[in-house]
Design a protein around this ligand. Structure first.
Ligand code: IVH
Length: 678
């Protein structure tokens, strides 16, 4: 190839990669599967390594790799980065709106753009001729820190903007870098596992990750960003409203928050606030309120700012998620794997919309680090549906404190010795299934909705069954008699009959559910489904060695070892054969090439809560019929299956003209596709 041809090829690959990255991160509408993206990426890497003089900083291959620095140089902001005033209720909002109307001399309804107030870190990015040249923190509003290399590692931040006629030579955009909740949970779980200090909340995690002196470390954290402002667009482009700014940013290649909306007047704002508060738990980012911004950019200009906050915008905060209370006791709860979790019993306190009387302390390292003791005053935090946790102790000067908490040497439930596994922060009861708490945990898990789904077999009932000696292993569930059950507390004839029916019904299950129900360490619902998908029956799974297991998506060496260790245990083998003898069964899924594939070439996206089965189960059934199941909606999607509380994927489908199916439609489709004989 001539040099010119190579240059062209490189540019072509870069543009293709940028378009795919834009489609994936900003439009949430991937055009190609990940492996095709990877292939393009490797092709570019190869060409660049053959021709190193053609590498540019904005190449998609150059996101990560800059050397660590000693300190961040200061970065001055051309225009100060402002903060926001707050309102907490309808009355304060009214006062805000009245001030605006007075200043603008308007008596018609004010139009706003309402956006979530993302709990992350404000950043400013500068693009010159479309290329990212600087990323900075807010700092004191006038001067921040130059964190360009770290910003570049965030996948959803374009290194080059989309080519567009409305793109000025220099564009400064502002937004919020954050850590998605899911990523936050994962890195914290890992930190706890490794006995390292977890982050207090997603905001701190994002701040910590973004301010690493070594950008390669930043790259290891799941960071994301939403943008909401472009300075000077009103003067340089035809954009006239805040909502227009968001559309403009998106068009230029920057990710914006999909929840932003134009609303009218105070009532529109309040309705939006209520709707987002309701939706908060299902959003994958933390928000501490919403922001209302006067939509018209000229009005914004007229309103100006006061003491470093704009008059045209205000934050409407959500109720606090943290509260202070006192620790009445600290106990150790034994889970199904024997892990002893220290739990603080609290003086009940109302926080984030619920009364909380227990909060987890995670493990002994955390208890020691936070130095929480019985009688202490503590701050607790409740975020969405996450288990409340103790954030910190408030030391009261002069107050007499109790002794530091000691890890018990023996299991509080069964008296067996407590052990600490090398390299793990957790301490565990060594009693195994001798320990009633572990037995109860195993049985509860086995019966749970995503596992064998035995309706009516909840915590209280399992406790009674185990305490009375009626059930000591999951297999005993299948030999219960009505006479045994009616003896129990709160158990009449009818509920006994119903429970027996539910147990009976659970015999007919799927391999994925069954594998999940076994409670093998770190084999969650999704991994169980992948295992079932790969091995198709229990026997081949039991025979599989670590190598074969690792061919399954999301199975690494640790999980593979957990699985083989589980099946090696004679006790487990015995329970398995008892269960099979008790009549538990599933349909063996034929290999795809063994049959005509009725749904071959079709792609489905599943969203929301399904009634009759879990999403991963539905996915498995679809896949067994030859369909593909993916996570995001694109024009290539055949249909989106929407369960309860479906979220934005349905809107997306509608806007692309993709069919939306209800759960019944899916069931009908599966039935039709399976044909009359199965
Ligand atoms: S606008 C013009 N919009 O909140 C006012 N800020 O308290 C500048 N924030 O430093 C901010 N989400 O870090 C705006 N949708 C949003 C936001 C948002 C989060 C943060 C931002 C800012 C702070 C102001």
């Amino acid at each position: 190839m001539t040099t010119r041809a190579i240059e062209q090829k490189i540019e072509q690959l870069r543009e293709a990669l940028e378009q795919h990255s834009y489609a994936y991160h900003v439009l949430d509408d991937p055009l190609i599967p990940d492996i095709e993206y990877d292939a393009l990426f490797r092709a570019l890497q190869q060409l660049e390594s053959d021709h190193p003089h053609l590498v540019t900083a904005a190449s998609p291959t150059q996101r990560i790799g800059a050397k660590p620095s000693d300190a961040f140089p200061p970065a001055e902001h051309a225009e100060p980065m402002l903060s926001l005033g707050n309102v907490f209720d309808a009355e304060e909002l009214e006062a805000f709106e009245t001030r605006i109307r007075d200043r603008l001399g308007e008596d018609t309804e004010i139009e706003y753009t309402a956006e979530p107030k993302i709990d992350g870190l404000a950043v400013s990015l500068v693009y010159e001729k479309g290329v990212l040249v600087r990323g900075a923190t807010r700092g004191d509003g006038f001067t921040g820190e130059d964190i360009t290399e770290n910003i570049r590692t965030i996948r959803s931040v374009p290194l080059r903007l989309q080519k567009h006629q409305d793109l000025p030579g220099r564009l400064e955009v502002r937004g919020e870098v954050f850590m998605p909740k899911k990523g936050f949970e994962e890195i914290n779980a890992q930190a706890r596992e490794e006995g390292k200090k977890p982050f207090v909340n997603p905001r701190n995690a994002a701040a910590g990750a973004l301010r690493r002196l070594d950008p390669r470390e930043t790259a290891g954290y799941p960071l994301d960003a939403f943008f909401y402002n472009a300075t000077g667009v009103a003067k340089q482009t035809s954009v006239r409203t805040q909502f227009g700014v968001l559309l403009y940013l998106k068009k230029m290649g920057l990710k914006t928050c999909a929840e932003a909306q134009q609303v009218s007047g105070r009532q529109g704002c309040l309705d939006y606030h209520a709707a987002i508060l309701e939706k908060r738990a299902v959003l994958d980012y933390e928000l501490d309120g919403v922001v209302y911004k006067v939509n018209d950019l000229v009005s914004q200009e007229v309103l100006g700012m006061v003491s470093r906050a704009p008059r045209w915008a205000v934050a409407h905060k959500f109720p606090a998620q943290e509260a202070a209370t006192r620790v009445a006791d600290i106990r150790f709860q034994v889970g199904r794997t024997g892990a002893l979790t220290p739990v603080a019993k609290l003086e009940p306190v109302f926080v984030g919309g619920a009364t909380v009387s227990n909060a987890t302390l995670h493990n002994m390292d955390e208890v020691n680090r936070k130095d929480v003791r019985i009688g202490d005053q503590v701050i607790i935090r409740r975020a969405g549906d996450v288990i409340p946790e103790v954030v910190k102790t408030i030391l009261e000067p002069g107050a007499q404190r109790s002794d530091p908490v000691q890890a018990p040497g023996n299991c509080p439930e069964c008296g067996s010795e407590v052990v600490q596994v090398e390299g793990e922060a957790m301490i565990r009861c060594s009693g195994g299934l001798y320990c009633p708490a572990q037995r109860k945990g195993v049985i509860r898990h086995f019966a749970s909705r995503k596992a064998m789904d035995i309706e009516g077999l909840g915590t209280k009932l399992v406790d009674q069954l185990v305490d009375k000696g009626l059930v000591s292993s999951v297999k005993d569930l299948f030999h219960l008699a009505k006479d045994d059950l009616v003896e129990l507390e709160f158990m009449g004839e009818l509920s006994a009959t119903n429970l027996l029916k539910a147990i009976e019904k659970s015999r007919d299950t799927t391999l994925a559910r069954f594998i999940y129900a076994l409670g093998i360490r770190e084999v969650g619902e999704a991994t169980a489904a992948s295992l079932a998908d790969q091995f198709r029956d229990l026997e081949p799974l039991q025979q599989a060695d670590c190598e074969a297991l690792q061919e399954v998506p999301d199975v690494g060496p640790v999980i593979a070892e957990n699985i083989t260790a589980f099946f090696r245990q004679p006790h487990n083998r015995e329970v398995l054969s008892d269960l099979i003898r008790a009549g538990i069964g599933w349909q063996v899924i034929p290999r795809p090439d063994e049959q005509e594939q009725p749904l071959a070439g079709k792609t489905f996206v599943l969203t929301g809560r399904l009634e009759k089965f879990s999403r991963s189960e539905a996915a498995l059934q679809l896949k067994s019929l030859g369909a593909k199941v993916t996570g995001s909606v694109s024009r290539k999607t055949t249909a989106v299956v929407a369960g309860e509380n479906p979220g934005s994927k349905v809107d997306k489908a509608q806007s692309l003209g993709v069919d939306v199916l209800a759960e019944e439609d899916l069931l009908a489709l599966l039935q039709d596709s399976q044909g009359p004989e199965s």
